[in-house]
Design a protein around this ligand. Structure first.
Ligand code: FAD
Length: 406
């Protein structure tokens, strides 16, 4: 692939794949180096709010996604011990209100849509099994060295982007070696075939159970064929990775009878295959890059999942970085500093809001009673309005400019 207008991207996760499509849409060539030999379908769900689906729609992905996604009509907030509804946050009018849908879907379906579009694009090369290790800038751009087993795989480009997630190697190579902090919370995740779940749990609704020191979220995915369940509780287990196996027994032990209703415990019990993930975060980096190198997504600003915004922020990053690079294709360093300035405050604000939301979700005793009272008093519509600043986001259309010279 010619280096003259190629951008090299480390990481083929949600951020890296979206960035590749956004760059190619604006006339760049992209070389993605992904360490995994196979992009495995991770069997869990993801919520995509309108700020993210707007970007994916603009990339022409709606047709590939719509058939798999469910548009939830509401977020139903319920009390863990007695299953009583605290409030119902309306989402039925999300598409009219925000100009883009709110979708919940299986991560594997999102990944397949992104990979399918990437593979079909003649200007994107996806190298699997290539782990980025070092990189250096020089007069002609950037050279990135990756290893496939013992074989070295080099890529050249005019710029380099680290989209390599929470434990980013690129971030370290750019001089920020601080490790993510374990949040002393673990997320357990499972998919339940819809026919095994009670009918009320198959409704197109995101259900949020709030209990002492933990919460559970479930929603239908795969066009309603399965229910995604995420259960988050305080825990000291702390190992990296997405897919450490767990068991229903291990999950039920954290969501004990008495504090957690039989209805949600039954759902946990029928899910045979659980995986777990230790939650971690780190402060949004002050400096994301230098010269013609930068970071996107979790590599730059990992956040706790309590607002379901980590992937959405990676998708927003991709849209803004592509706009900025297209505006200054001959000076990627300038484009990248502008991109970082565009993104730093918003991602830090969402990160703080996610952390605060987690604290509120996991209240116990009197604090929990006050929270439930306030939520009921405010009502669903006003609670929903509190997220307008997140969901109504758009990549600045004024900065949309000509494609890079082919
Ligand atoms: P990743 O998805 O981590 O991708 C990084 C990629 O880089 C991986 O493919 C990895 O193999 C590759 N890589 C790593 N190192 C190298 C290297 N040296 N060389 C080459 N390749 C490398 N977000 C939402 O928006 N909505 C949700 O509902 C939601 N729910 C969540 C629930 C849980 C329990 C958790 C933990 C997170 C959730 N998130 C959610 C957050 C979301 O999953 C992440 O923010 C998102 O995956 C980040 O995307 P990314 O592309 O930056 O990183």
């Amino acid at each position: 692939m010619a280096a003259s207008r190629t951008i090299v991207v480390a990481g083929g996760g949600i951020g890296g794949l979206t960035l590749a499509l956004a760059l190619a849409q604006r006339g760049f060539r992209v070389a993605i180096l992904e360490q995994a030999a196979q992009l495995e379908e991770i069997g869990a769900g993801i919520q995509l709010s309108p700020n993210a689906t707007r970007v994916l729609t603009d990339l022409g992905l709606a047709g590939r996604l719509r058939g798999h996604a469910v548009s939830p009509q509401a977020v139903r907030v319920v009390r863990a011990h007695n299953a009583k509804e605290i409030t119902r946050i309306p989402l039925a009018d999300a598409e009219r209100r925000f100009g883009a849908p709110y979708w919940v879907l299986r991560r594997g379906d999102l990944q397949s849509a992104l990979v399918g579009a990437v593979r079909e694009h003649p200007d994107i090369a996806l190298e699997l099994g290539a782990r980025v290790e070092t990189f250096a800038t020089h007069a002609n751009g950037v050279t990135v060295k990756a290893m496939r087993g013992r074989t070295s795989v080099d890529a050249q480009g005019i710029a380099f982007v680290g989209a390599d997630g929470l434990w980013s190697t690129v971030r370290g190579g750019l001089g920020d070696a601080a490790a993510p902090r374990f949040a002393r919370r673990v997320a357990w995740r499972a998919l339940v075939p819809a026919e095994m779940a009670p009918p009320a749990m198959r409704e197109p609704v995101v259900t949020l159970w709030l209990g002492p020191n933990g919460h559970i979220v479930h929603y239908p995915v795969q066009a309603g064929a399965a229910i995604n369940v995420v259960a988050i509780a305080k825990d000291n287990w702390n190992e990296p990775g997405w897919s450490t196996a767990s068991t229903p027994g291990e999950v039920l032990a954290r969501f004990a009878a008495g504090a957690w209703s039989r209805h949600v415990r039954d759902l946990i019990g029928v899910a045979a295959h659980w995986t777990k993930w230790a939650l971690a975060e780190r402060a949004v980096a002050r400096r994301w890059g230098h010269e013609q190198m930068t970071l996107i997504g979790d590599a730059a600003h990992p956040m706790l999942p309590f607002l379901a915004q980590g992937a959405a922020m990676a998708i927003e990053d991709a849209a803004v970085l592509a706009l900025r690079l297209a505006a200054s294709p001959d000076d990627p360093a300038v484009a990248m500093r502008k991109y970082e300035a565009d993104r730093r405050d918003r991602t830090a604000k969402v990160q703080r809001a996610a952390r605060k939301t987690g604290q509120i979700y996991h209240y116990r005793g009197a604090d929990a009673a006050v929270r439930d009272f306030v939520m009921r008093k405010l009502g669903g519509a006003r609670l929903r309005n509190r997220y307008d600043w997140i969901y109504s986001w758009r990549a600045d259309p004024d900065s949309a400019v000509p494609s890079a010279n082919k």
